[in-house]
Design a protein around this ligand. Sequence first.
Ligand SMILES: NC(=O)c1ccc[n+]([C@@H]2O[C@H](COP(=O)([O-])OP(=O)(O)OC[C@H]3O[C@@H](n4cnc5c(N)ncnc54)[C@H](O)[C@@H]3O)[C@@H](O)[C@H]2O)c1
Length: 309
Amino acid sequence: MHCLVTGAAGFIGSHLCERLLADGHAVTGVDCFTDYYPRTIKERNLAGFRDHQHFRFRELDLSEGIPAEVVKGAEWVFHLAAMAGLTRSWLDFDSYNRHNLTATHRLLEALKVVPTLKKLIYASTSSVYGKYASGDESLPTRPSSPYGITKLAAEQLCRVYGDEFGLPCVVLRYFSVYGPRQRPEMGYHLFINAILKGKPITLTGDGLQVRGNTYIADCVEATVRATQATPGETFNLGGGELVTVLEVFKKLEKIIGKPALIEKHPPRKGDQLATGADVSKLLRHLGWKPTTSLAEGLAKQVEWQKSLL
Ligand SMILES: NC(=O)c1ccc[n+]([C@@H]2O[C@H](COP(=O)([O-])OP(=O)(O)OC[C@H]3O[C@@H](n4cnc5c(N)ncnc54)[C@H](O)[C@@H]3O)[C@@H](O)[C@H]2O)c1
């Protein structure tokens, strides 16, 4: 297949590109290196496959329009480009609006006239559900941050282009993804670095927030399988194992062999109190279920972060 991956230099996008190339597909990767985290990290994400003979990279901001040659011949499109993370979305609404909503609009407009298109996978988020994101796809969507609102709006835009122009869109709602290359501001990344360096961990809230995080390889597997889904479908994509943040600290202490020094802070605005995907729809439709245990996945992320010290 001829694949287009937006956000190819990001955490999940770079793993997805590698997987698609390993499966023998041709991949066009697009990224504009937003300043959400340093470009050097994204260049490192790309390094392992940038020179692959079936990969071509376009540095391009989707929100500024997309040249026809970039989408020409695309069969599977994976739209992962976005401003991620909810905290900054309170401070920088315009960037979230531009990179999450306008960029999606420009991509849909460009794809409208691509006859080869077989599937468009849109990477959405559990943040569309808001504070309580535990359950299946019938949970009410009540985002509690500007980030969640822009991601939900982009989902709706995909639906409208599906209804009105026949674009074959499938929505995946990712529940916090972790593993090697995890974004530097994400919880597990910060926790692991702090424990490795003997520094205090900033804990927002009481630590009893429940999380059902997804290991990167499981996330990528489901994302690839979603190319076989019926257009118009939406799926929760989560890791299955539910743990509190305090339990995660215990697991990390065991893996790393050092204590977690915890510094308590008030909860973040809009933070999710419980996220736990019911992924039975993915199992029913696409035969997917997560296969990596939290202990196994955390150990792999610890190894990766150690290698960067
Ligand atoms: N990581 C998670 O736990 C998680 C959870 C839920 C949803 N998601 C979604 O998955 C996707 C990937 O997340 P990630 O963690 O890999 O984030 P990331 O920030 O590592 O990757 C996103 C990439 O998109 C690029 N980008 C942003 N706007 C762009 C634009 N206008 N044009 C071109 N490139 C642009 C960025 O430069 C970045 O490299 C996002 O859509 C995010 O909302 C991620």
